[in-house]
Design a protein around this ligand. Sequence first.
Ligand code: ASP
Ligand code: MG
Length: 472
Amino acid sequence: MSVLTFKFGGSSMGDARLIRGVAQIVQDSAANGNEVLTVVSAMTGVTDTLINTARAAAKGNTDAYIKATATLRDRHHEAARELVHNPAAQEALLAELHRLIDGFQNFCRSVAILGELTPRGSDAIVSIGERLSARLLAAHLQELGAASLPIDATNLIVTTGHFQSAMPLMDKTRARVQEILVPKLKAGILPIVTGFIGATEDGITTTLGRGGSDYSAGILAACIDSDELWIWTDVDGVMTTDPRLDPSAQVIPVLSYREVGELAFFGAKVLHPKTILPVMEQGMTIQVRNTFNPTHPGTRIQPEPEVLGTVAKAITIIPDVHLITVAGRGMVGVPGIAGRTFSAVARENVNLLVISQSSSEQSFCFVVRASDSTRAVRAIQRELAEEIKLQNVDRVWALEEVEIITIVGAGMREVPGVAARIFTTLAEERINVIVIAQGSSDVSMSLVVNSGDAQRAVQALHRLVINGKHAS
Ligand code: ASP
Ligand code: MG
């Protein structure tokens, strides 16, 4: 008997048939004597629809939200009618769905009138997707005879007021969860909590950022002292690489917190990178499981790595990035240029994905998303205007058409010769490595290569991961 937190992503909640499968998994686990807390995402594609519609409304496009309202209503009503047959229960559910979707339409109308979509307004609008899906699943479980309840996380997860990427206030959240949620679990109720959303102390709805339902589940799992957190998704587990890049990709049975953190940061779409933060202290085990293949053991994520003496465990890729370089012979020994550059970039809210400095101090470079590149370069040019004028800094420029490839595995630290194997492999493929950066967590190494070489590089390195078991 365990306390388990389950999170089901949008692709597991796509329609009535899939929601039935989710209910089955939750009920089976409860029947085995577990206390089960369930966290759900919106039905597939709903969050995108809500955001795109709200943006269109801000531009005065009223047709878009009238159409979107009708589509959302049809889709959720159809699911409701298939999942709940008891007439009174169905009527109550449909009324709830109506109320939420009417709310969406009213929000969009206000946005269209104001001609502006604020981050706060956006969060209020997109939160509706999870509110809808949680009600569908809970009502279906009730129809199956389970004691189940939908709960909006706005009552549980207390956050900062950083709309669109709010941070949880863990002490306050824990107090709410202990008061509201834990007694329900103890009473054998199956709570269905909305992922992705929270609220400030004043009760204003916030969201934790795109893909944030995983993070919600991590926060709640920590606050109920769950024994394990299970992330239910649409693949068998975390893969050695993206199977679209290399069909020989395999499921990785065991990963450490740090390894999975690096994978998530560097583009593997497995888990929101913040998911592990709240559960780390408790050393909670996370399992990644396939909703459509529930008997597959998936990937187990644990505090410490399993060092296998292999080259690495996984290869990821981040396309659509630019490499920004700041170069100048006059930079040698002048302190503060890098610091000011990074501060200028940070003020623009641009994330740095990889940073590297040449030992001669004549240049340093870093990688940003392509969509941030122009803004970042302009901010640096403004910040370093004086140095550029004095020619201490000769140039700030962005190299396009590059991709980041990251090799992840705790063995990279323990096993000698790994770097040599990696570079020999790339040299044999005649792939030019533009930048090398050893991850600060020392379980990863990132390389910047030309876009044209990226897929070949991934495939060659993946062969090394799969076949080249021993590095020495
Ligand atoms: N529905 C939200 C999104 O699509 C949160 C999530 O699915 O994790 O970003
Ligand atoms: Mg997700």
